[in-house]
Write a protein that binds this ligand. Sequence first.
Ligand code: HSE
Length: 406
Amino acid sequence: MIKTAVLGFGTVGSGVVELIDRNRGPVERRVPEGIEVKYILDLRDFPDSPYRDRVVHDFNVILEDPEIRVICETMGGMEPAFTFSKKALEKGISVCTSNKELVAAHGPELLQTAQKNHCSYLFEASVGGGIPIIRPVTSSLAPENITRIIGILNGTTNYMMTRMEKENLSFDEVLRQAQERGYAEKNPEADIEGHDACRKIAILSSLMCGKNVRYEDVPCEGISRISMTDVAYARAMGCAIKLLGVSERSPEDGTFYVRTAPFMVPSSHPLHSVEDVFNAVFVHGNLVDDLMFYGRGAGKFPTASAVVSDLLECALQIGSTIPVRWTDEVMQLSDPAQKKGRFFVRVPAEHREKAAELFKGCASVSAPEAPTDETAFTTAPMTEAAFEAAVAELGEVRSRIRLLEA
Ligand code: HSE
């Protein structure tokens, strides 16, 4: 038996423990010795849980047990997850994690620590929940020059936008539903303001380039400014509003453009049909062309499935490091102000003529439910800088949302 410990017995951690019991057959097909959860680390006791006898409160019990060669870190947050992960790796214990916050902030350092100590740091569950995307990007697509990744990377906001669109429910109501279903972060601001998706696109971008794309360097907008009027326009335009993480490698100079923001996604794009808690990652490789990875981006068992998949790989590679190329050299991102694209814009009706002058080549759009005191249009392709300059000259803009080109 390979003995493991699960750090944090919350939604994902309890899913890991239950999955190992429930799917013993598939687990043992991959690792014939089998996997046993010897310890569960949590501050709380769980007197009603069938796993109560495995609960410990002191991390050192796990660290000092020579039988433990792999741990699953499902605590979330920076501390004590970082200290525990680092200490485990320094002792040659592999770590599998769902902790995107920690991976985005300390991925290169923890990978280096793993390499020095002949163990692994794996984080399949940190992006896309149950979708296998980290291993495809690092391994299956290794011969590719990946030039673009566009992802719906946050289940909570995709759930919210879908319910707002389909059921005309308010922002607060749909957020409450997402929290009840266990999709949202403890502090849902990380979902709504785009920070969670931003960390995930930074992780994927880092794996694309092998250097460190710092999430702090990625322009980030969430969905909190999206209104039901925007949703009505999107519907009338045959689009759906999605929070996307976008990462593109310039074919000319290899520089990276990375952004997290809500986009109008046209019905002709495969990401348009990705609804509810589902995530999808659209990848373009220079040889393989377009790929799309689709699945549940949050929730207990989908995320646990990804953690256990890493656990099984680590169990098969004890004493060696599963390579992941992601150095601490900071990747300089290209100036987002120079990125060209089209925008959807709503302005008060009295600005109609001035808007037409400032946004040459714009095309007006209408929606049956739109307020009568405003006008809306899509711009011609223009740089972000030119767009912001035109908005500043116009004064008041009720809403602006980028368009994803099909
Ligand atoms: N809050 C995250 C989401 C959980 O909604 O996608 C999975 O990372």
